[in-house]
Design a protein around this ligand. Sequence first.
Ligand code: GLV
Ligand code: MN
Ligand code: MN
Length: 404
Amino acid sequence: MRAEAMVSELGAISAEPDRLVRLFLTPEHRRAADRVADWMCKAGLAVSEDALGTVRGRLEGQGKRRLLIGSHIDSVIDAGKYDGVFGVIAGILAAEHCRDKRLPFGIDVLAFGDEEGSRFPVTLSSSSACAGVFKPEMLAQEDRNGVTLADAIKAYGKSPADVPAAAYRLDQAAAYVEVHIEQGPVLEARNLPLGVVTAINGQTYLNAEFLGEAGHAGTVPMRLRRDALAGAAEAILLGETLARESNGAAVATVGRVAVAPGAANVIPGNAVAVFDIRSGDEPARATLVEALKSGLRAIAARRHLGLTVTSTREVATTPCDPHIQDQFADAIRALGTEPLRFGSGAGHDGQAMAKLCPIGMLFVRCRGGISHNPMEYASPRDLGLAVAALIGFIERFEPGRLSG
Ligand code: GLV
Ligand code: MN
Ligand code: MN
């Protein structure tokens, strides 16, 4: 099937031979963007690229307003091949199908490059630029090699000065919709191929940096140590406990820890743990974040460690437009399957695009709910149903009837 073959083609574009790593504004991003641009051209779309490397495929319609359909082509480290990529491909295939339909609105298919935030501490910079909410201070953020976002944009052949021109005008963008694999177990458990997203959960990133004292692992007595990593380890377990105690209202993860100096025979003098906290319930997320911050302070004080806590990401829960939800539901029902509605635990470009226009999302079942993992899989049949549902949605879409 076409979508599956296209997913596999992009899945082969990686910085590493044995795992999928495709980070924002890298040579692999360039290669994937070129492939997407080629597909868009062949689908009859007019292709352009903005200052953040977002590839745009445009289908003109009869009116001035545009339906934006997008997702992302960057990946996490050791990724699966469907996350993001399938949404871009679904958009291209659906736009191609509509090419001769003389729709009352135009379609822009958008392939963003910074949804995962795997390279820079900030994320959604490319969709933020389209939404007109890109913050100039994002340009100073550095990747692990000390390259700033501004320099990475230049190395990609673009100019930071052109970022404002990437923004859509409010009167142009009728809505933003995205097709994405579910990345969770809900659809599979209900034996349903497709679902309608009600909202995208809010998210906080907290960088907790513990400062202790490096020392000899063989000579410093245990009672005299100020071990930064032991403090961070206690903090990680505290995050897990607080999230468990929220009874399903919130989740908390530490997926990245940096330890210095990082030698087996040296007591760690510095440790940074990055907390990713998410919930669809804003008060629950705020409560967990506050409890974690005060717990971190208590751990640092008890262990005589220095502590700096900074928030690098703060995204509110983003509701999907009720009318778009209904139109996706109708399109799914027309395919003979039940449209289950539920919230997204994962983050998406829609969180930025919602600052511009009403948004909506369609989810596709994925095996075992597995994602951010090379085992990620969605069946060709489900991918085909998702493209059909997106086409059904486009046919039902009425820009005039949205709440935004
Ligand atoms: C992106 O996939 C995220 O939710 O972190
Ligand atoms: Mn994604
Ligand atoms: Mn992802």
